[in-house]
Design a protein around this ligand. Structure first.
Ligand SMILES: Cc1cc2nc3c(=O)[nH]c(=O)nc-3n(C[C@H](O)[C@H](O)[C@H](O)COP(=O)(O)OP(=O)(O)OC[C@H]3O[C@@H](n4cnc5c(N)ncnc54)[C@H](O)[C@@H]3O)c2cc1C
Length: 892
C-alpha cells in the first residue's frame, strides 16, 4: 500500500469511472463572500466530493488521509435500471418507470438525506413501504422516494403535497407514491422544520383533545425536534426542561462590554457537514447563510514560534498513517480489538516502529485533536469501533451559523409548550400510560420521550419505574461520555487576523496536550471579536476545578507567547466565560463516544423503546450514525416522533397487543431483534431461530438474511440465470458497506439445516433459497400472522431457559448456545472486518482468541505481537519511512 499523496488530499476516490472527477478544493479563501456559502441543493460535484472521515475531521480539518470514505455506489441505481426492462408505456406494471431523467442526481440527494441511493433502509422495510422486498416495485418505490425528496429540497420552505406528484407518477404506481410520501412525511424527511408552511399544518389545540398525550423530558435539539413533529401530528405535548432555557448542550451566550458584543456558542458549534444536514435545512428556512470554516490552521510551538509547515504536514501524515495502521490492526485482531483502546494501539505502534520524539509535541497535538473529536481519552476509546460512524459522515463543509446556533434553538422552541426549571426525578411507565415526576408535580401522559444526555442516565439522576431492562442499563454503562470545555473571550479588537478561523498551540506535557490546544475565531460570524479556546482530553477534566481567573491568565500567556514576538499586542479580554460541562447536572459531560467494550450496537440499544411503546428515547447518544452531533440529536427527535405516532396508532387499533405481536410493529421488532441476538444457527449472512425443544424436521424456523457487507459485483454469469434478478441486483449494488438490510422468511427446520450445507458462500445459498426452495424474502412485517405464533412460542420457550449452556465449538453453522461469545461475533460481523479464515464453504469463521489480561502491558504485548506477525515487510518499510522522514526533516 502506498502512502497517501498529500497533493491529493481533497480529491476523493470515486469507485465508478462514470462519475465526473470533482474539482480539487482550494484552501485559499473558501468564502469569497465571507458571510455566505451556498447551502441550497448541492451540485452533483459537491455531492460526490464526500468526505474525509469525520472523527478525524472535527477541529482542524484533515489535510491528508489515505482512508477516504468514498462515495457509495451512486451509479447503482442506474445500473439496476439499465439492466431491467424500461417502461415506455406507463400502464405496464412490471417495468421500471421514468419519473425524472436525472435519476442519479435524485439518488444522490436521497443519499444525503440518509437513504441508500438504490435500496431500502431497514426502517423502510419495517414500515412495509413495499409489499415484497426486491423486485420491480421496490425499484419504482425508490425512484419515487428519491424524486419526492429532491422535489422538496428544491423548495424547503414549502409544504409539498402528495397531489403535486400525481401528474408525474404513473397511475399504477399510486400506491407506491402513497407509501413513499407517507413514510417521508411521518419520519420527517420532508415537510419538516420551522417554515410558515409547516407551522400552518399544526392543528389547532381544540383538535388535539382526542389525540394521545406525550411528555418530553428535555428541550435540547432532540426534544424540540420531536415536540414540533408531534404537535404537527396533533398530539398533546408537554416538554419538561430542567434548565431555565431551551437548547441543552446548544447554548449561545451573548457577551458584551465596551461597545463590542458577540454571540458565543459554548456548546455545539460547528455544523459538521452540510450535505443533507437537517439543521442546514432549518438554517435555510430561517433565511440564514452558513459560513464555511476555513481549512487554514497554523500551529504554534510551546515557545510561541510557528511550526514549520513542512514538518507539520509530515507529522500529520505520519499520524494519519498510524490511524490507518490501527484500522488494519483491529481487523487482524478480530474480537480482541473490542477490549483494546485506540490509545494502546497507537502507543504500541509508536514503540514498535520507533517514535518521532522530536515531533512528539506535534504528535500529541493530533492526539488532543482526536480527543476533542471524540470527547474522550484515546486510552478509553474502543480500538474496534471508535470511528464506527465515519461512513455516515454528512459530507460537505464544516460550517458556523452566523449569530450562533441559539438562532436554531430559538426558532425550534417557538410555540412549543415548554415548562422550564422542571427537573425530572422519576419516570413511571406501564400499561395504562406514564407518570413523570418533577419536584412535587406529576405529569401524566400516554407516552414519554426521554432525551436527557447519556451523562444524566449514567449518573442515575432519573429513576425509572420499573427499572430499565438490563441490556439498556449495560449499554448506558458501556458507552463513553466524555468532556470538552471552552474558554470564550470577547476582546476589544481582532488581534489574531481575519484570514483564518482556527489556529493551534502545542504543549510539552503530554498529559496536558488538550489544554487550549485549538482556538476558534468567531470574528466573522459572532458579530464581534470573539475567540474560543478548547480544552480537551485529560486537561478538560482538570479544567473543571481550575479557577476561571487562572484559566484566563494561562490562555493569555499562551496567546501573548504567540503574538507578541510578531509585534502584535494582545489586549486583556473584555469578558470571558469558562464552561464546566462535566459538573453540569443537566449533562454531566459533553458528548458520547464508543469506549472500550462498547460498540455501535449500544447506540441502537439505547434508542430502543421500552414498556410496550410507552417509554421512548432520543438524543445524540441514541444514533449510531450521527452520535455526538447536533444534527444527530435533531434526527433522533424526528425518528422518535414517528415511532411514537406509530405506536399510538397501533395501540389505538388494537389494545391487547400481547396476543398478537405483529399488530404492534415495535413490540414485534423488539421481540424478533431480541431472539436473533441469540440465533440457533448462524452462517455467513444467515441467522436462524427455531424451537430448541422440538427436533421435528418439519417444525417451523425463521430465517433472517443480513446484508451488511459488499457483495461481489454481478459479473458472475450464473447470476443472470436467477429469476430473482432484480433482487440480486439490488443486493449486489447495495452501496453502503455499513448499511444493513434484513429480510426474513419462514421455512422448516430441515430446510434451514439443508441451507447451511450449501457450498459456495452466501450467493449460492441465496440462490438455493429463492430458486430451489422457492421462498420469498420479505421485510419483517411481511412475515405476517403466520410467523407470530412461531415467534411467540420461541420467545416463551426461551424465557424459561437459562441463557448460557456449554458450547461445543464455534465452527460455522454449529448450534450456538453461548450468548456472550455470540454477541461478540455478531458485532464483528456487523462491523464487517476482513474475515480471518475462509473455510471450505467460503464462509468466514470465528477465530477464537485467548482473552487478554486487563493489564496494559499484556494488551500492548499482544498488539505488538500481532503487528510483528502480521505486517508484511513492505508495510513495515512504509510505516517506518513515514515516521523516520518526519524526524529527518526536524533534525535538518
Ligand atoms: C462543548 C460542546 C461542544 C460541542 N460541539 C459540537 C459541534 O461543534 N458540533 C456538533 O454537531 N455537536 C457538538 N456538540 C454536541 C451537541 O451539542 C449535542 O450532541 C447535542 O446538542 C445534543 O442534543 P440532545 O438533544 O441530545 O441533548 P441536550 O441538548 O443535552 O438536551 C437534553 C436536555 O435535557 C435536559 N435535562 C437533563 N436532565 C434533565 C432532567 N432530569 N429533567 C429535565 N430536563 C433535563 C437538559 O437540560 C437538556 O436541555 C458539542 C457539545 C458540547 C457540550
Amino acid at each position: 500500500m502506498n502512502p497517501p499523496d498529500n497533493n491529493q488530499d481533497n480529491a476523493p476516490s470515486t469507485p465508478h469511472s462514470q462519475l465526473p472527477t470533482p474539482p480539487p478544493q482550494s484552501n485559499s479563501n473558501p468564502n469569497p463572500d465571507p458571510t455566505s456559502i451556498s447551502i441550497s441543493n448541492p451540485s452533483f460535484e459537491q455531492m460526490v466530493s464526500f468526505s474525509a472521515p469525520k472523527k478525524r475531521r472535527r477541529g482542524r480539518s484533515q489535510r491528508s488521509t489515505s482512508s477516504f470514505h468514498t462515495l457509495p455506489n451512486p451509479g447503482g441505481i442506474l445500473s439496476n435500471i439499465d439492466a431491467a426492462p424500461r417502461s415506455t408505456n406507463p400502464g405496464i406494471g412490471d417495468e421500471i418507470i421514468t419519473i425524472n431523467k436525472d435519476a442519479t442526481t435524485e439518488a444522490l440527494l436521497a443519499l444525503t438525506a440518509g437513504f441508500p441511493a438504490d435500496s431500502l433502509t431497514e426502517e423502510e422495510i419495517d414500515f412495509g413501504v413495499v409489499p415484497v422486498v426486491g423486485g420491480i416495485e421496490q425499484v419504482n418505490y425508490i425512484l419515487i422516494r428519491n424524486h419526492i425528496i429532491s422535489k422538496w429540497r428544491e423548495n424547503i420552505s414549502s409544504w409539498i403535497a402528495k397531489e403535486s406528484f400525481l401528474d408525474s407518477i404513473p397511475k399504477h404506481c399510486i400506491s407506491l407514491l402513497d407509501s413513499a410520501y407517507d413514510y417521508l412525511v411521518l419520519h420527517g424527511y420532508i415537510n419538516f422544520g420551522i417554515s410558515q408552511a409547516v407551522k400552518d399544518k399544526v392543528p389547532p389545540t381544540q383538535q388535539q383533545q382526542s389525540k394521545p398525550s406525550v411528555v418530553i423530558v428535555g428541550a435540547g435539539l432532540s426534544g424540540l425536534a420531536a415536540a414540533r413533529q408531534l404537535l404537527r401530528f396533533g398530539f398533546k405535548v408537554t416538554v419538561l426542561e430542567g434548565r431555565k432555557r431551551p437548547g441543552g448542550r446548544v447554548y449561545t451566550k451573548r457577551m458584551e462590554g465596551n461597545r463590542v458584543e458577540a454571540a458565543a456558542d459554548l456548546g455545539g458549534s460547528v455544523l459538521t457537514g452540510t450535505l443533507g444536514n437537517p439543521l442546514g435545512i432549518i438554517a435555510r428556512q430561517l433565511g440564514c447563510s452558513l459560513y464555511k470554516v476555513r481549512d487554514k490552521c497554523p500551529l504554534y510551538r510551546v515557545d510561541g514560534k510557528p511550526v514549520d509547515p513542512d514538518l507539520d504536514m509530515k507529522v500529520e501524515g505520519a499520524f494519519n498513517r498510524l490511524l490507518d495502521k490501527a484500522s488494519k490492526l483491529r481487523q487482524l485482531m478480530g474480537d480482541v480489538s473490542m477490549d483494546v483502546s485506540l490509545g494502546a494501539a497507537l502507543e504500541t505502534f509508536r514503540q514498535v516502529y520507533g517514535d518521532a520524539t522530536e515531533e512528539m509535541s506535534l504528535f500529541n497535538w493530533h492526539l488532543a485533536n482526536l480527543e476533542y473529536a471524540n470527547a474522550g481519552l484515546v486510552s478509553k476509546l474502543s480500538l474496534a469501533f471508535w470511528d464506527q460512524d465515519d461512513p455516515y459522515d454528512m459530507g460537505g463543509d464544516h460550517c458556523f451559523l452566523p449569530g450562533g446556533n441559539g438562532r436554531l434553538v430559538h426558532a425550534l422552541s417557538e410555540n412549543v409548550p415548554i415548562l422550564y426549571e422542571k427537573t425530572v426525578q422519576t419516570i413511571r411507565y406501564g400499561a395504562d400510560g406514564v407518570k413523570v415526576t418533577a419536584g412535587h408535580q406529576v405529569y401524566e401522559g400516554d407516552m414519554v420521550l426521554c432525551t436527557v444526555p447519556l451523562g444524566v442516565l449514567k449518573n442515575g439522576s432519573i429513576k425509572f419505574v420499573p427499572e430499565l431492562p438490563q441490556r439498556k442499563l449495560d449499554c448506558i454503562k458501556r458507552l463513553g461520555f466524555g468532556l470538552l470545555n471552552k474558554v470564550a473571550m470577547l476582546f476589544p479588537f481582532v488581534f489574531w487576523g481575519t484570514d483564518l478561523d482556527t489556529f493551534g498551540h502545542l504543549t510539552e506535557d503530554p498529559a496536558n496536550r488538550g489544554e487550549f490546544f485549538l482556538f476558534y475565531s468567531y470574528a466573522q460570524v459572532a458579530g464581534g471579536p470573539l475567540l474560543i479556546a478548547l480544552v480537551a482530553g485529560e486537561a478538560a477534566h482538570k479544567f473543571e476545578t481550575m479557577p476561571p481567573t487562572d484559566a484566563v491568565t494561562r490562555v493569555l500567556q499562551i496567546l501573548r507567547g504567540m503574538y507578541e514576538p510578531q509585534g502584535i499586542n494582545v489586549p486583556d479580554p473584555i469578558q470571558t466565560v469558562c464552561t464546566r460541562w462535566g459538573g453540569d447536572p443537566f449533562s454531566f459531560g459533553s458528548y458520547s463516544n464508543v469506549a472500550v467494550g462498547a460498540s455501535g450496537d449500544d447506540y441502537d440499544i439505547l434508542a430502543e423503546s421500552v414498556g410496550d411503546g410507552r417509554l421512548f428515547f432520543a438524543g445524540e447518544a441514541t444514533t449510531r450514525r450521527y452520535p455526538a452531533t447536533m444534527h444527530g440529536a435533531f434526527v433522533t427527535g424526528l425518528r422518535e416522533a414517528a415511532n411514537m405516532a406509530q405506536s399510538a396508532k397501533s395501540r389505538g387499533i388494537r389494545k391487547r397487543i400481547d396476543r398478537n405481536p405483529s399488530k404492534n410493529p415495535h413490540a414485534c421488532a423488539t421481540l424478533l431483534a431480541d431472539l436473533f441476538r441469540d440465533p440457533d444457527l448462524e452462517f455467513g449472512s444467515f441467522s436462524i431461530i427455531f424451537s430448541r425443544r422440538n427436533p421435528d424436521p418439519k417444525s417451523p424456523a425463521i430465517l433472517r438474511v443480513t446484508l451488511s457487507e459488499p457483495c461481489k459485483r454481478n459479473d458472475d454469469p450464473v447470476a443472470d440465470q436467477y429469476s430473482n434478478k432484480i433482487l440480486f441486483q439490488q443486493l449486489q449494488s447495495h452501496f453502503n458497506q455499513q448499511q444493513q438490510i434484513q429480510v426474513y422468511t419462514l421455512l422448516t427446520r430441515q430446510q434451514a439445516l439443508d441451507l447451511r450445507e450449501v457450498r459456495g458462500g452466501d450467493e449460492k445459498r441465496l440462490y438455493y433459497l429463492c430458486e430451489t426452495l422457492g421462498v420469498k424474502l420479505v421485510g419483517r412485517k411481511g412475515l405476517g400472522i403466520g410467523a407470530d405464533s412461531v415467534i411467540a412460542s420461541i420467545k416463551a420457550e426461551r424465557t424459561g431457559r437459562k441463557p448460557a449452556l456449554s458450547s461445543s465449538g464455534t465452527k460455522s453453522g454449529m448450534l450456538k448456545v453461548k450468548s456472550g461469545a455470540l454477541k461478540r461475533k455478531l458485532i464483528r460481523r456487523i462491523k464487517g472486518p476482513v474475515p480471518l479464515n475462509q473455510n471450505n464453504n467460503g464462509d468466514s469463521e470465528t477465530v477464537k482468541h485467548e482473552s487478554l489480561g486487563n493489564g496494559k502491558a499484556s494488551v500492548q504485548a499482544t498488539i505488538a505481537d500481532t503487528i510483528r506477525s502480521s505486517s508484511t515487510q513492505e508495510e513495515n518499510k512504509w510505516l517506518g519511512t513515514g515516521v523516520a522522514s518526519s524526524s529527518g526533516i526536524h533534525s535538518s
